[in-house]
Design a protein around this ligand. Structure first.
Ligand SMILES: *[C@@H]1O[C@H](CO)[C@@H](O)[C@H](O)[C@H]1NC(C)=O
Ligand SMILES: *[C@@H]1O[C@H](CO)[C@@H](O)[C@H](O)[C@H]1NC(C)=O
Ligand SMILES: *[C@@H]1O[C@H](CO)[C@@H](O)[C@H](O)[C@H]1NC(C)=O
Ligand SMILES: *[C@@H]1O[C@H](CO)[C@@H](O)[C@H](O)[C@H]1NC(C)=O
Ligand SMILES: *[C@@H]1O[C@H](CO)[C@@H](O)[C@H](O)[C@H]1NC(C)=O
Ligand SMILES: *[C@@H]1O[C@H](CO)[C@@H](O)[C@H](O)[C@H]1NC(C)=O
Ligand SMILES: *[C@@H]1O[C@H](CO)[C@@H](O)[C@H](O)[C@H]1NC(C)=O
Length: 838
C-alpha cells in the first residue's frame, strides 16, 4: 500500500521480531534468569520487557515495548550502546538489587543497571514492570517501597518520553533525564541528537545536534512552553512543569487512559508526538515541535525577530537596525540587529514593551519566582548590563521575574498567547518611538509626497532601462554577459554570492541541443501550457527524457538575476517537487529543463472518465498528502520561502508510482518584475483556483496558495473541475456545492462516482472538511500548510469552516463565470496572466 500513513508508520516505529513469551509474569526476583525467548509482562499486559532484534540488524538488545500494540514499538533500550551479537544473553537481578545483562557464552556482563561501585545493597530486591512502562527495582519485605524504588528505567530515558515520565532534573540526586535519539531506525545506539532541560540561567528545554543548538522549546511561562505554539490543552493529555529546590522537569499525563501516545526524538533530530489510532491499528503523527523556519535556533541573529507571516521572515525589533545591512539584504541574518542608538547606561534609559513573542534564550538570564513586575523593572534598570525583563509566570495576572543580560537571541512572533518582553532602549530612542506614534498623521503627508515622486522616477527608469536593454540584447551575444561578474543584481540566497562557481552547479543546455531534443518545438511534442509558457517533451541524445519549459518573454528581469534565481530554485529538493535538471538561455529564449514525468498531470486522471478509475481513494489520499507536503516545503521548510501562485491540477505531475510532484514552483519568483511586495499588478493564476483577495485585488500570500490547495482537494475527491461545475439546484461552483452539502451533513455525496467502492468514509469526510477550511473567504481564517498536514494526520476535532470565498448562496449567478476578462466558452484550464485594471 502506497499510503502515506504506511510510510510514516515505517519511518516512525521499529518493526521488531518478538519471541513468543513462554510465561507471562510481571516480576523478576533475585537470581532468577530471563533468557532470550522469555519476557516480563506488565499486569494489564500494556508493556513487555525482553530481548529484541531491530528489523535490519543482527544485534540483540534488552528493551521495553508495547505489548498491546502489534507493531512492537520499542520505548526503552537497556544496552543500547553494548549490543549482543547472538541470542545467548541472560538478564538477572542480583541479590544486591542490580539488573545484569550477561553474555552467556563468556560470562561477561555487557550492561548493568547501576555501577557496581554505587551498589545500593538492597536486602530483598524485586524487579517489576509497571503498566506505565516503567521497570522498577524495589525492596520487598518490611521495607517494601514501590513508590520510591531503588532503581527505575524512567530515570534512564532513551529516545521516548512516555506519560508520567519526567524530562529534567532531580536536583537532589543529580539525575538528569533527557532524550538521546537512536542512531538510525534500526540502530538504538546513542545518536547525535539530545533534547534536555538545561539549567544554565532560567531552565529551558533545548534540542542539540552534538553541541550545536538546533531548537529551543523555550522556557516554561506558566501556561506552556514559550514558543511551542501547538502545545495546547487537548483531550488526550495534559502537561506540567515543576521547578523548585528539589526538582525541575517537564511532564505530561494521560487524561484518557485508554489512548497510547509517546513523544519521540527521531534519529533525524525531529521531535514528534505520535498517537495510536486503534481503528486503523497504526500510529499517527499528532504534532511535531519544529515545524517552521522560525523554529530553527537563532535564525534571525541577536535582536532579530522571526515572523513566519512575513517574507523574508526576519526583521529587527523596533528600535533596532541590521548590524550589517548588506548581509541582511542578502538574507544572511546571522549577524542580527543592534540598537539604532547605542546604550550608554544613561539614567534616562527605559524599557519598551514588545508583545506576542517567544521569550529569548535564557542561558544568560537570572530569575526570582516571587518578585513582581515592578520590582523586576527596578532590578533590571539598576544593572546596566541587563537588557530586558519579563514575568517568569504569565499565568493569571503574572508573577516572577526574569532578567536577560547581553544579546537577546532566538526571538520569534507567536500569533496567539505569545509572551511579553520589556527591552531596554536609550532615552532618545524611546522619545522617537513616542513621537512617531503621536505625530504619525502629520508625518504621513510629509512622507507620501516624496515617496510618490520616487516611485514615479523608478517607474520611468525601469521603462527606459527595458527599452535600452532590449536593444542591447539584440546586438550582443548574451552568454558572454552571463559569465561576467559585472552584474550587481540583488541575490536572494546568501549561498549564491560567487558568480563563477555557481555557473557550474546547474547544467546549461545549448539552444541547439534543445531544438534537437524537442524537434524544433514541434506541436507533437507539446505537453501543455503552464503559467509562464508552453511545455515540450524532449529526448536528449543519451535517450534521457526531459520536459522543457519555454518561458514567455514578458519578464523584465535581467539575465544575471534570472540565472541566480534559477540556480537558487534548483536547490529546492523535495520528493513532491519536480526536479530541475538544467536551463538554457540564448538570445531572448529562456528555458527550464525538468525531469520528464511519464504520467502527465493530475488533471488528465481525475477529470477524465476512463482514466479516473485508475486512481482509487487511497491513491488520491496519498496524492493529497504529497501535495500538502510539497507545498509546506515551499512555504516554510525551504530557505527561499516560495508562494506558488498557480497551484492547480495541471501543475501536479504524477511519476510512475503515482507520487505527486508540484511543477512550476518558483516561477512566480523569477517573474517578479512588476510587483511591489506582496501586492501585484500582474495577476498570474488560473480562475477557479484563485483566492478572492488575489483574483480581485492582486494580494497574494501563502494563504492564497492554501486556497488553491483547498480547491484541488475538493476536485480530487469530486472528480469535477471547480470552474465549469454547475449544479442544477443552484448556480454554485464546486466549492459552494461542497459547502452546502457539508452544512447539510451530506458531504459524502460529493465523492466521485468511480470512487465509491474504495473510500474510507472518515478520511473522505475529514479531507472535505479540511478542503473547506482552506477555501474560507478570509485569508486569516485559512489554516497554514503546517496545520493542514497536522489535521490530515490526526483524528482530533476540526474547527467548523466559515463561508468559502466565491460562494454566492442559492439561486444566484456564479460570479466567477460572469467574470468578463475570461472567455467562458471553453472549459480549458488556461492559466491567465493579465494586468489587473486598477
Ligand atoms: C527457550 O530457550 C530455552 C533455552 O534456550 C530452551 O530450552 C527452550 O526450549 C526455549 N523455549 C521455547 C518455547 O522456545
Ligand atoms: C530494512 O531494509 C529493507 C531493505 O533495505 C528496507 O526496505 C526496510 O525499510 C528496512 N526496514 C527498516 C525498519 O529500516
Ligand atoms: C559509573 O562509574 C564510572 C566510573 O566509576 C563513571 O564514569 C560513570 O559516570 C558511572 N555511571 C553512572 C551511571 O553512575
Ligand atoms: C492531568 O490529568 C490527570 C488525570 O485527569 C489529573 O490527575 C492531573 O491532576 C492533571 N494534571 C494537571 C497538571 O492538570
Ligand atoms: C526573591 O525575591 C523576594 C522578594 O523580593 C526576596 O524576598 C527573595 O529573597 C528573593 N530570592 C532570591 C533568591 O533572590
Ligand atoms: C549585573 O548583573 C551581572 C550578571 O548577573 C552581574 O555579574 C553584575 O555584577 C551586575 N552588576 C551590578 C552593578 O549589579
Ligand atoms: C503561575 O501563576 C499561577 C497564577 O498565579 C499559579 O496558579 C501557578 O501555580 C504559577 N505557576 C508557577 C510555576 O509558579
Amino acid at each position: 500500500m502506497k499510503l502515506i500513513f504506511g510510510f510514516l508508520l515505517l519511518s516512525a516505529s521499529i518493526i521488531i521480531i518478538i519471541i513468543t513469551p513462554t510465561h507471562a509474569v510481571d516480576t523478576i526476583s533475585s537470581d532468577q534468569i530471563i533468557r532470550y525467548n522469555e519476557t516480563i509482562v506488565s499486569p494489564l499486559e500494556t508493556f513487555e520487557l525482553g530481548f529484541f532484534n531491530p528489523a535490519n540488524s543482527t544485534n540483540h538488545y534488552v528493551g521495553i515495548w508495547y505489548k498491546k500494540i502489534s507493531t512492537g514499538t520499542v520505548v526503552w533500550v537497556a544496552n543500547r550502546n553494548t549490543p549482543l551479537t547472538h541470542t545467548s544473553g541472560e538478564l538477572t537481578l542480583t541479590r544486591h538489587g542490580v539488573l545484569h545483562l550477561r553474555d552467556a557464552t563468556n560470562g561477561n556482563i555487557v550492561w548493568s543497571s547501576t555501577n557496581i561501585s554505587s551498589n545500593p545493597l538492597a536486602r530483598k530486591p524485586m524487579g517489576k514492570l509497571l503498566d506505565t512502562g516503567n521497570f522498577i527495582i524495589y525492596e520487598t519485605g518490611d521495607n517494601m517501597n514501590q513508590e520510591d524504588p531503588i532503581w527505575q528505567s524512567f530515570d534512564f530515558m532513551t529516545e521516548t518520553l512516555l506519560p508520567g515520565m519526567k524530562q529534567g532534573w532531580d536536583l537532589v540526586t543529580g539525575i538528569d533525564r533527557y532524550f538521546t535519539s537512536w542512531k538510525s531506525d534500526d540502530d538504538p545506539a546513542s545518536g547525535e541528537f539530545t533534547y534536555r532541560l538545561e539549567t544554565r540561567g532560567y531552565p529551558q528545554l533545548i534540542l542539540r545536534d552534538g553541541d550545536d543548538i538546533k531548537f529551543r522549546a523555550g522556557p516554561w511561562n506558566g501556561r506552556g512552553l514559550s514558543g511551542v505554539s501547538n502545545l495546547i490543552p487537548n483531550r488526550f493529555y495534559n502537561f506540567t512543569f515543576v521547578l523548585n529546590q528539589k526538582e525541575a522537569y517537564y511532564q505530561y499525563n494521560l487524561i484518557d487512559t485508554s489512548v497510547f501516545t509517546r513523544l519521540v526524538l527521531q534519529p533525524t533530530g525531529r521531535l514528534e508526538r505520535w498517537l495510536w489510532i486503534d481503528d486503523k491499528q497504526e500510529w499517527n503523527l499528532f504534532l511535531t515541535r519544529q515545524n517552521e523556519l522560525c523554529d530553527q535556533y537563532a535564525v534571525c541573529g541577536p535582536f532579530g525577530v522571526c515572523n513566519i507571516d512575513k517574507s523574508p521572515v526576519c526583521e529587527c525589533l523596533k528600535g533596532f537596525e541590521p548590524t550589517s545591512l548588506n548581509q541582511w539584504k542578502n538574507t544572511d541574518w546571522s549577524q542580527g540587529c543592534r540598537h539604532a542608538i547605542p546604550l550608554d547606561c544613561n539614567p534616562g534609559e527605559g524599557f519598551k514593551k514588545y508583545s506576542n513573542l517567544k521569550l529569548p534564550d535564557t542561558q544568560e538570564s537570572w530569575y526570582n519566582l516571587s518578585m513582581t513586575l515592578v520590582e523586576c523593572e527596578k532590578m533590571c534598570k539598576r544593572n546596566c548590563s541587563c537588557t530586558a525583563y519579563a514575568n517568569s509566570n504569565t499565568s493569571g495576572t503574572g508573577s516572577g521575574c526574569l532578567l536577560w543580560f547581553g544579546d537577546l537571541i532566538d526571538i520569534r512572533t507567536i500569533n496567539e498567547n505569545g509572551d511579553t518582553l520589556y527591552i531596554r532602549l536609550s532615552a532618545s530612542e524611546l522619545d522617537s518611538i513616542e513621537n512617531s506614534r503621536s505625530s504619525s498623521a502629520g508625518n504621513k503627508i510629509r512622507v507620501i509626497i516624496p515617496v510618490t515622486f520616487l516611485v514615479l522616477i523608478i517607474l520611468v527608469s525601469i521603462c527606459l532601462f527595458y527599452r535600452f536593454y532590449n536593444k542591447k540584447q539584440q546586438q550582443q551575444a548574451v552568454v558572454t554577459r552571463l559569465t561576467g561578474t559585472s552584474g550587481n543584481g540583488f541575490q536572494h540566497d546568501s549561498e549564491n554570492t560567487s558568480t563563477s562557481d555557481e555557473y557550474l552547479e546547474l547544467p546549461l543546455f545549448g539552444l541547439s541541443t534543445i531544438h534537437k531534443a524537442t524537434n524544433y518545438f514541434s506541436m507533437n511534442n507539446k505537453l501543455g501550457e503552464g503559467g509562464f509558457g508552453p511545455v515540450y517533451k524532449g529526448v536528449l541524445e543519451d535517450k534521457r527524457e526531459i520536459a522543457v519549459k519555454r518561458l514567455a518573454k514578458t519578464s523584465t528581469q535581467g539575465l544575471h538575476e534570472f540565472k541566480n534565481e534559477v540556480i537558487s530554485i534548483s536547490k529546492l529538493q523535495h520528493r513532491n517537487l519536480v526536479k530541475l535538471l538544467g536551463y538554457c538561455i540564448e538570445g531572448d529564449e529562456k528555458m527550464l529543463i525538468y525531469e520528464y514525468m511519464s504520467n502527465k498531470g493530475l488533471d488528465s486522471f481525475i477529470f477524465d472518465k476512463s482514466q479516473s478509475e485508475l486512481l482509487d481513494w487511497s491513491a488520491r489520499y496519498s496524492i493529497i498528502n504529497g501535495i500538502a507536503r510539497g507545498l509546506l516545503y515551499l512555504h516554510q521548510d525551504s530557505r527561499l520561502r516560495i508562494i506558488h501562485r498557480d497551484l492547480k491540477a495541471g501543475n501536479i505531475l504524477l511519476d510512475a508510482d503515482m507520487n505527486p510532484k508540484i511543477s512550476d514552483f518558483g516561477m512566480a519568483r523569477t517573474f517578479r518584475g512588476n510587483e511591489i511586495e506582496a501586492n501585484t499588478k500582474r495577476v498570474v493564476g488560473t480562475y477557479g483556483y484563485m483566492a478572492p483577495e488575489y483574483a480581485g485585488d492582486g494580494i497574494f500570500s501563502i494563504k492564497s496558495d492554501v486556497y488553491s490547495f483547498g480547491v484541488l482537494v475538493l476536485e480530487i475527491i469530486c472528480g469535477e473541475k471547480n470552474r465549469g461545475f454547475v449544479y442544477i439546484d443552484h448556480y454554485n461552483n464546486l466549492i459552494g456545492h461542497a459547502w452546502e452539502l457539508h452544512n447539510e451533513g451530506r458531504s459524502l455525496q460529493l465523492v466521485d462516482k468511480c470512487l465509491v467502492d474504495s473510500i474510507n468514509i472518515s478520511q473522505v469526510q475529514r479531507s472535505i472538511h479540511i478542503g473547506l477550511l482552506c477555501v474560507q473567504r478570509y485569508p486569516k481564517d485559512r489554516p497554514t500548510m503546517t496545520s493542514v498536514i497536522m489535521m490530515l494526520g490526526s483524528e482530533g476535532p476540526l474547527p467548523p469552516p466559515k463561508e468559502p470565498g466565491f460562494y454566492v448562496g442559492k439561486g444566484k449567478q456564479d460570479i466567477t463565470d460572469s467574470s468578463p476578462s475570461y472567455g467562458s466558452s471553453s472549459n480549458n484550464e488556461l492559466t491567465i496572466s493579465m494586468l489587473n485594471g486598477r
